[in-house]
Design a protein around this ligand. Structure first.
Ligand code: G3P
Length: 218
């Protein structure tokens, strides 16, 4: 399973990358706006740090606007993926871009039908939003399972990016259910590698080691 880092913050990306845990990055207009930096500059910097796909989102509403933006953004680096929202216009844009060999990530997917349409239009990646589905009192996990079944039934090449990942269970369940990728906020990673019993275990070992050295007079 691959991990993408869901952030536009280069310090977070560097930190996760140092552990070999960053297979790519996803951004969106909200994440980019938090950095208070020029869009092109920050995306180019991320692309230079990461040896993997970097999603940058278009903001146009009509297909021709999306395609125009996408063609420009795609020139910024070799590892750019264009993030396109799941709309009728978005599907048109994905179809055009996929035929031009430009990689796309169809975002804001909340149903199996939306995912299926994105796959058929040629999306390289599809991004179901787990956390936002859970927020509605539904089960994001079910959508990951359904999308994986559809991909396996028909051999679609699109890869599932479990997105809107908010907690440890989202990461674990996405891995168990066969999402190809989980895109994880930088702030969630420490929760993934930490465990209270690991901390306690380390402290117990150190205490015992100190007692042992004292006993031997070293
Ligand atoms: O990957 C999509 C993500 O950035 C949205 O997350 O927490 O705003 O639903 P969230």
């Amino acid at each position: 399973m691959k991990f993408f880092v869901d952030t536009a913050n280069v310090d977070e990306i560097r930190r996760i990358n140092e552990m070999g845990l960053c297979d790519g990055v996803t951004t969106n207009p909200t994440l980019v706006s938090r950095e208070k930096r020029d869009f092109e500059e920050v995306i180019k910097e991320i692309c230079s740090i990461v040896d993997g796909p970097v999603s940058a989102e278009v903001t146009g509403i009509e297909a021709d606007e999306m395609v125009k933006e996408a063609r420009e953004i795609a020139k910024w680096a070799d590892n750019i993926v264009i993030k396109i929202p799941m709309t009728e216009e978005g599907l048109k844009a994905i179809n055009i871009l996929s035929k031009e060999g430009i990689k796309t990530n169809c975002t804001l997917i909340f149903s199996a039908a939306q995912g299926l349409l994105a796959m058929k239009s040629g999306a390289t990646y599809i991004s179901p939003f787990l956390g936002r589905i859970d927020d509605m009192g539904e089960h994001g996990r079910d959508l990951i399972n359904d999308l994986r079944i559809i991909i396996d039934n028909y051999g679609f090449e699109s890869e599932i990016i479990a997105a809107s990942v908010r907690n440890i269970a989202h990461v674990e369940e996405s891995a168990i259910d066969g999402a190809h990728i989980a895109t994880i906020p930088g702030t969630l990673f420490p929760k993934l590698w930490s465990h209270v019993l690991t901390d306690k275990g380390i402290q117990d070992f150190l205490n015992d080691w100190e007692a042992y050295k004292k006993e031997l007079g070293r």
